[in-house]
Design a protein around this ligand. Sequence first.
Ligand code: PLP
Length: 423
Amino acid sequence: MTRLLHRTTRSTPRLAVAARGITIEDSEGRSYIDACGGAAVSCLGHGHPDVLAALHRQADSLAYAHTGFFTTEAAEALGARLVADAPEGIGHAYLVSGGSEAVEAALKLARQYFTERGEPQRRHVIARRQSYHGNTLGALAAGGNEWRRAQFRPLLIETHHIAPCFAYREQHEGESAADYAARAAGELEAKIAELGAENVLAFVAEPVVGATAGAVPPVGDYFKRIREICDRHGVLLILDEVMCGMGRTGTLHACEQEGIAPDLMTVAKGLGGGYQPIGAVLLSQKIYDAIAGGSGFFQHGHTYMGHPMAAAAALAVQEVIARDNLLENVREMGAHLRARLEEVLGDHPKVGDIRGRGLFQGIELVADRATKAPFDPDLKLHARIKAQAMGQGLMCYPMGGTIDGQRGDHVLLAPPFIVTRDD
Ligand code: PLP
């Protein structure tokens, strides 16, 4: 009997023993095609020799040094690389151990920016329904998945949620993309007015919504409008690219395709590609300057922040992606995957929508295509799809999302960037 508390107490997961390229093998000798990178994590696939070599070199020279005493070459080099490749205005990187930690740090940086500037009344965070920002309390509060939040609600800081930009579910019949983008962004304007602009800290959003909605891209100039609304009211824009960032959608950052730059951005999964736990907050120079010109101290910190093993792995992952031109492969293979999904599943009576960007594609499953009615949640469709797929040697990422309080089902595909046409 396992002594671990796994995600479920109803069963013990298969024992993974080896992994190479796009496949993982279990202890019974079965192999699984990793078509979702775990949870959009393994962007380089498994066992990449250049990353393993970098990890070996780092372990050999320095495995850990507490950031209260030292910085390290690996952390400095990763920080420099992240900032050099970042959207305009980003001046610094803060290294943590994962996505939830990155979101927590981003929220605190936003708050401290205003306390340093003498605006301590700014306290309201606005986020969107059908979003996921992590499972720690601050990140969970920002997230808009009621199923995940419900039992912990008494512990959560108050957060305000507006509608997502979700064309399949929310764009009206006959409404143009431009009109819909304006209407969806208008929700932010209205919420800021309701709370009083001078009290609002930040707006948090995933540029392409991942786990809770299934690779939902924005429509038209939605994010340009969001940027403009935030600027007009002095509200910080936090883009959560933990899942959709670091090349997954075909550009290094998903927000590049929206033509905007955030004040704060979180990245994680594709940063270290699963070789080490790592995440980062990319922060604009103005936020750094406010702290540097004020207390000079970001009141946060974790024991494993800036971990040199994690930084060395992430640096190697990012170098391989650039050297091997893998973003081009993401775009090409993403277009191929999408075309094949549409060809094979496009007319299926239970497939409501196929969407996404790059190697980040979602398939929404519906009980009725005409009415878009979701399946009965008691069917636990996502669990059955996962079991069926695993039984046939395929890892995909099915989820039951939330649609206006109801559940909806989708399957997320996020294969490694090294995937080929034959795969
Ligand atoms: N933000 C987004 C958009 C995510 O998709 C996730 C994880 O799925 C997180 C934050 C939390 O990241 P982690 O699981 O590494 O804590």
